[in-house]
Ligand binder design. Structure first.
Ligand code: PLP
Length: 384
């Protein structure tokens, strides 16, 4: 098999892939050449429990040998157990299981429309945000460059500057059904809003009778040191979207809603063939177990501090983030070149923007691996 031919056989939606991986363990990925790479990307904040975790592999294999698919016409034990687990994590929210982050967002948008009715259809989102590539999620995304070629967008979205509660207050009128935010903007380059922002937005939504939808697709499930990043401010959303880390690498998303809001949906309003399938749910349950058993919330905080202070000590740019969701903002637009230089040194880092290197490694990463990544980033910046 010609592994290098992949880019000739799939649609040109991704940049040419520089390396082909065949296996992984912990924070290491092994290429077809046999070379080992230190993974500071984790499939973009997905492989929080590390690659090929034996407990997750076992849960997937066990479930696959019992039952893989039933459709949502019928119940399965793993879906019930996962819904119970997410209710416990979220303080009693009800789940809709999807297959991706974008689909979790689509569910949130449709639920909001159904809850609010046709006279109250505006959703306030933020500039620079990223919510996915399907049409609703793309319209919610505050990046005109990603929308330009696909106009017209789904109507009903207003975008305001991120981190500015006054900007939200200025547009919150009786036509607004919800405010949709990432607690930390991920794809924009790990933009952390000012302290008190989420609390202020929560209060504004309460005063206006609008919903607060938090997109925790990237920040959720331990990435920032809490199950949900909104816990840093003790804020409870009306709707929360999860995906990425949830399935330990298998495709699963979840839209969680407070029960009175979820009650706006009736049978037939929304659905998906594959969402919440037994194998994905078994993988998610095992993933949540590993996060708990291996104290990965604490590890995210401690490892994140080490990573941030290591990058800061390089003196090569400013560092921001929370837990193991960190960015190094460079003084010049060379993040792509630095990422390429790090790849040559067998460390994977992501250039989220032309100036920002993003680090979202597996939460199981060791101190030694963090130090190695920091050293390679320093060498790579020196080299370009
Ligand atoms: N929301 C956020 C905050 C994301 O970071 C992403 C993906 O990067 C999405 C939604 C979309 O998720 P998916 O790629 O699984 O559709």
């Amino acid at each position: 098999m010609q592994l290098g031919a992949l880019d000739d056989l799939v649609m040109p939606t991704y940049k040419p892939r520089p390396v082909t991986f065949v296996s992984g363990h912990g924070a290491t990925l092994v290429a077809a050449t046999g070379d080992a790479y230190l993974d500071m990307v984790a499939g973009i904040a997905v492989a929080s429990t590390g690659h090929a975790h034996p407990k997750i592999a076992e849960a997937i294999a066990n479930q696959a040998s019992r039952l893989v698919h039933t459709s949502n016409l019928y119940g399965t034990e793993p879906q019930l157990a996962l819904a119970e687990r997410l209710a416990a994590i979220s303080g009693g929210m009800l789940s809709f299981f999807a297959n991706s982050g974008a689909e979790a967002i689509e569910c949130a948008l449709k639920l909001t429309r159904k809850w609010a009715g046709p006279d109250r259809s505006t959703i306030v989102a933020t500039q620079g945000s990223f919510h996915g590539r399907t049409f609703g999620a793309l319209a919610a995304t505050g990046q005109p460059g990603k929308q330009a070629a696909f106009q017209p967008m789904v109507p009903g979205f207003v975008h305001v500057p991120y981190g500015d509660a006054d900007a939200i207050a200025a547009v919150l009128d009786s036509g607004v059904a919800a405010v949709l935010l990432e607690p930390i903007q991920g794809e924009a380059g790990v933009i952390v809003p000012p302290a008190g922002y989420l609390t202020a937005v929560r209060n504004l939504c309460d005063e206006a009778g609008a919903l607060l939808i938090l997109d925790e697709v990237q920040t959720g499930l331990g990435r920032t040191g809490y199950w949900l990043a909104a816990e840093h401010e003790g804020v409870k959303a009306d709707i929360v979207c999860l995906a990425k880390a949830l399935g330990g690498g298998l495709p699963i998303g979840a839209c969680l809603a407070q029960p009175p809001i979820a009650a706006a949906f009736a049978p037939g309003d929304h659905g998906t063939t594959f969402g919440g399938g037994p194998v994905q749910c078994a993988a998610a349950l095992a993933t949540l177990d590993v996060i708990e058993d291996e104290s990965l919330l604490e590890r995210s905080t401690v490892g994140g501090d080490r990573l941030a202070s290591g990058l800061d000590a390089l003196g090569m740019g400013s560092v921001r983030g929370r837990g193991l969701m960190v960015a190094l903002e460079l003084d010049e637009p060379v993040a792509g070149k630095v990422a390429a230089a790090a790849l040559e040194r067998r460390v994977l880092v992501n250039d989220a923007t032309p100036t920002a290197l993003r680090f979202v490694p597996p939460l199981v990463i060791t101190d030694e691996e963090i130090d190695r990544a920091v050293a390679v980033v320093g060498e790579s910046i020196d080299a370009i």
